[in-house]
Design a protein around this ligand. Structure first.
Ligand code: SF4
Length: 316
């Protein structure tokens, strides 16, 4: 049997051909690709899931401020909010939990803790945020959670092959946007959504992240990355709700990816991880750089120095 897929359309065809959910096709694809047994592949994913859980636990029990001082306090605050006012949250308790787990992961990353870069370090909070919160809400087993991670991986594979997962190449739409698409498909499957609904959830999520720029303050993966991840986690749950309610993305996922790839090439290099534009050149960002003695790429903020590959203008 052949479980190879390169596009969402092909993935969907395989789910129909073998009457399998997305996670199972992805698992078998990985077994073929890695020449590992099902047990080995699942064990490897379990380890990644363990790193996610440990990171969240660590950050909640031993909150750490990052070296720059720009992050490290949000986890504690949202944790206290969840403990004392769970019913006050406008986004509901599940949304609050999704933000908590996303923040804990992202702040742990910012303070050099161990994370699973799923799909990248900057966006690493979104998938655990969404899936751990959903696991509690829908009382899913650890096996279901593991399956959801395979579903997320399948969407990530398609994105990596047809567009990019790199903020330096495609802007933050490629990192945080991709993570929302991966998580939206995964949580939709965990909730019993069909493969079609999972792909609509992914398309709905990614479509509304198109054009998102990467402009980290001081070149560090903290601002806007950490809090953006918390908000993206809640937004992902909303995308899944739309799909589960039967709302479809007018543009299919593969075409959303084409658009993302094209938009990535149109985004100025100043807004693709070089910290030469956007939030990274605000007065607050400049004062942080000054305080920490940071020089970005040896360039002044008027324009790129031209010595770094990321700054070489792309052909459109
Ligand atoms: S702003 Fe840039 S560094 Fe931060 S998460 Fe987005 S792509 Fe990654």
């Amino acid at each position: 049997m052949n479980y190879q897929f390169h596009t969402a359309e092909e993935l969907l065809t395989l789910t129909k051909k073998y009457a399998m959910p997305i996670h199972e096709v992805v698992l078998r694809h990985e077994m073929d690709f890695s020449h590992m047994t099902e047990e080995q592949v699942r064990e490897r994913m379990k380890k990644r899931m363990g790193v996610m859980k440990d990171g969240i636990l660590q950050m909640r029990e031993y909150p750490k401020i990052s070296v720059s001082g720009m992050s490290g306090k949000a986890t504690e605050k949202i944790d206290a909010f969840l403990r004392h006012h769970p019913h006050d949250a406008a986004v509901g308790e599940t949304g609050l939990r999704a933000m908590l787990y996303a923040l804990a992961t992202a702040e742990n990353n910012a303070s050099m803790g161990c994370i699973t870069a799923f799909p990248t370090a900057g966006s690493s909070g979104i998938i655990p945020g969404v899936l751990f919160a959903a696991q509690e809400k829908y009382m899913a087993s650890d096996d279901q959670l593991l399956n959801a991670l395979f579903t997320a991986s399948g969407i990530g594979l398609i994105i990596a092959e047809n567009a990019t997962l790199s903020g330096a190449e495609g802007g933050c739409q490629a990192e945080v946007g991709s993570a929302t698409a991966m998580a939206a498909a995964a949580v939709s499957e965990m909730r019993g959504g069909s493969p079609e609904q999972c792909l609509h959830a992914a398309a709905l999520a990614l479509k509304n992240m198109l054009g998102l720029t990467c402009d980290p303050v001081g070149g560090m993966v903290e601002v806007p990355c950490v809090k953006r991840s918390a908000l993206a986690a809640v937004y992902t749950l909303a995308a899944s709700d739309l799909a589960i309610a039967g709302i479809e993305s007018f543009i299919p996922f593969d075409q959303v990816l084409e658009a993302m790839e094209h938009i990535g090439r149109l985004i100025s290099p100043k807004l693709r991880e070089t910290s030469l534009g956007g939030l990274a050149v605000t007065a607050t960002a400049r004062s942080v750089e000054e305080k920490l003695g940071i020089t970005i790429n040896g360039a002044n903020k008027e324009g790129p120095c031209g010595s770094c590959a990321a700054c070489i203008p792309n052909e459109v």
